[in-house]
Write a protein that binds this ligand. Structure first.
Ligand code: PRP
Ligand code: URA
Length: 211
């Protein structure tokens, strides 16, 4: 599996704000928006482009646009924080939605929403979620995308954990990973260590979904 680590100093500075337990909801959201923008920018680096002529006030220049913009697919809730950053970089992208919540006891993802095009054949996908921990949520989402024919999938995550990266690698699903860092381990509650805590709660407050 292809893994791109985005260790630009500005990305690492935003990651530090996310990790800091003193960052409140608004500080956390602002840092997440900045880091999400940087990660999507890097994830888009190798997308195919089309060239065309564009007329400037003084001549003709070669223009460039994405040949086939990716669809952005956030995993709700925490992935919602990466939609606007992604659209600021790729304004003509469409957006699909997957709602998953981890059961706090089993740590398994529980699906509650699926709003995607039925056919994703020949459609690049950027799946965005700040956290890759056990990998259960991302694997569940990837399977939904693969079932619709997606074969060109990029997972954009702020913090990944080694067990989740291993799970992705062993899944055989068609995915590459763009992330700021890979943390070594999970604790007994399947939280990433050192991680940043519960991304959804730090963005939006405690969740109250009846699983
Ligand atoms: C978080 C995160 C991922 C998932 C990662 O969501 O945003 O979707 O956990 O964990 P995993 O790799 O072990 O599956 P959570 O289920 O806490 O829901 P939330 O975003 O609604 O808070
Ligand atoms: N989900 C989170 O929000 N944080 C973790 O550390 C693991 C899963």
């Amino acid at each position: 599996m292809e893994i791109k680590i985005v260790d630009h100093p500005l990305a690492l500075a935003r990651l530090t704000i996310l990790r800091d337990e003193r960052s409140d909801n608004s500080v956390f959201r602002a840092a997440a928006a900045d880091l999400g923008t940087m990660l999507v920018y890097e994830a888009a680096r190798d997308l195919p482009v089309t060239n065309f002529e564009t007329t400037t006030p003084v001549g003709v220049a070669e223009g460039t646009r994405l040949e086939n913009p990716p669809i952005i697919v956030p995993i709700i809730r925490a992935g919602l924080s990466m939609i606007e950053p992604a659209l600021s970089m790729i304004p003509d992208a469409q957006v699909g939605f997957i709602g998953l919540a981890r059961d706090e006891k089993t740590h398994q993802p529980v699906p509650y929403l699926e709003a995607l095009p039925s056919d994703l054949t020949n459609q690049p996908v950027f799946i965005v979620d700040p956290m890759l921990a056990t990998g259960g949520s991302l694997l569940n989402a990837l399977q939904l995308l693969a079932d619709r024919g997606a074969t060109d999938i990029t997972a954009v995550c702020m913090i990944s954990a080694q067990p989740g990266v291993d799970a992705l690698e062993h899944s055989g699903l068609p995915v590459r990973l763009v992330t700021t860092c890979i943390d070594p381990q999970l604790n007994e509650d399947a939280y990433i260590v050192p991680g940043l805590g519960d991304a959804g709660d730090r963005l939006y407050g405690p969740r109250n979904i009846d699983l």
